[in-house]
Design a protein around this ligand. Structure first.
Ligand code: ADP
Ligand code: MG
Length: 383
């Protein structure tokens, strides 16, 4: 056994038993410091004010039994491991204790052999608990460092993306300044052309910043009972001019029997927009963009397809990776954001694509109502 001091809290109203426990622990592990209390209330009081490495908790206690005390210990902020000591034939209680989060149990035996097991059970509980705490600490550290790495990556992508439009704006402004300073008189059409170029680049900077922000600060979700068809119809109306300009024909095939379900219309609109943007970008010469809804048992199926250039099989695995893009000036954030929003709706997404023919995204969404998922309506997920 190691020499590190082990602080044990023994909860037992049987004084003889407590004495034997103390003796057994000390004999095998002189570095054991045992504190003895006789009931659950005293146990909880000590645990909230002092550090203990392990609790040896007897089942039969006055006022509250060991399981009740165990349940309260588990509610503490960082509970120490608990070993429940039950009477002979009380195995069912031991099972219950394990379910409640006890680390281990010892069954009292008439020949008192459980006292021999006690120091080993204590040692095992302390060691495993330390390993578990260390693992949790490392995991938290990893998440934190991954978060920092992601922030760094995001910042450098934003900087990179913005630099081009900014330098183009600077160049156009210099030309405009020359025009004003040196020209005998200002060439109005040329100046207007330069201003138009500046406006386009500014819009591009704005788009980049909005897209990155949307990704970095995941939206607040506000779920409500709504029909997906209604959201799609509103979306289609909204994007009519955009479709016309891109020479894209929109086809919808919406299931009239689609039930209302819990969804966030604004976020659904956002992902539809991301899909459409990608489709338009994949159909340089125009093409077809189709939205279809179906009900299949307890799920709603949403299919979004285009007749664009398609995605090579080698890229299919990577399209949801943040920053993965095959486009000049792409951010690689549209699909990861769509995937996250679908996840928040408890849905799944799948992509099928044939090079040169087109791409289809299939989204499944479980039908949820207020009764089964009451807690989600109006729920706000703040990130
Ligand atoms: P971005 O559009 O900024 O590149 P996305 O996350 O929206 O980022 O898409 C990632 C990549 O997935 C795209 O660069 C493209 O290669 C591919 N992709 C997504 N949607 C389509 C589509 N409808 N057709 C062809 N390729 C697509
Ligand atoms: Mg995109």
């Amino acid at each position: 056994m190691t020499d590190a001091v082990i602080y044990v809290l023994l909860v037992d109203d049987d004084l003889a038993h407590a004495l034997l426990a103390r003796r057994a622990c000390f004999k095998n592990s002189p570095s054991c410091r045992l504190t003895h209390v006789t009931n659950g209330e005293a146990c909880l009081k000590r645990l909230t004010s002092e550090h203990f490495d392990v609790v040896l908790l007897d089942y039969s206690l006055p006022y509250q039994n060991g399981l009740e005390v165990l349940a309260q210990i588990q509610k503490l902020e960082s509970p120490p491991p608990v070993i429940l000591v039950t009477g002979h034939g009380d195995e069912r209680i031991a099972v219950e204790a394990m379910k409640l989060g006890a680390f281990d149990y010892l069954v009292k035996s008439v020949d008192l052999s459980h006292f021999e097991m006690m120091p080993w059970a204590i040692q095992r509980a302390v060691e495993q608990h330390r390993v578990q705490i260390e693992r949790q600490r490392l995991e938290a550290q990893l998440i934190q460092s991954e978060r920092f790495a992601a922030i760094g990556q995001l910042a450098s992508h934003v900087a990179h993306e913005i630099r081009n439009p900014l330098s183009s704006i600077g160049l156009n402004m210099d030309l405009l300044a020359d025009e004003i300073a040196y020209g005998p008189e200002i060439n109005v059409p040329e100046a207007q052309e330069l201003l138009r170029a500046i406006r386009i680049e500014l819009e591009r900077v704005n788009d980049i910043v909005s897209e990155y922000l949307a990704f970095a600060r995941l939206p607040r979700f506000e779920f409500e009972m709504e029909s997906l068809n209604t959201v799609i119809q509103a979306f289609c109306k909204f994007v009519e001019p955009q479709l016309h300009q891109a020479k894209v024909i929109l086809k919808t095939d919406l299931d009239p029997n689609l039930p209302h379900t819990l969804l966030d219309p604004e976020q659904i609109h956002r992902i539809l927009h991301n899909f459409l943007k990608n489709a338009i970008e994949a159909m340089a010469q125009g093409g077809e963009f189709a939205i279809e809804t179906r009900v299949e048992s307890d799920r709603i199926i949403l299919r979004i397809s285009d007749t664009g250039q398609g995605i090579p099989p080698s890229d299919l695995q990577r399209i949801y990776d943040p920053f993965f893009t095959t486009k000049k000036g792409g951010t690689g954030l549209g699909l990861p954001l769509a995937q996250e929003i679908i996840k928040q709706h408890q849905g799944t997404i799948r992509c099928d694509s044939v090079l040169g023919q087109g791409t289809q995204f299939t989204i499944t969404h479980p039908i949820q109502d207020k009764e089964t998922n009451g807690q989600r309506e109006g729920e706000k997920v703040i990130n």
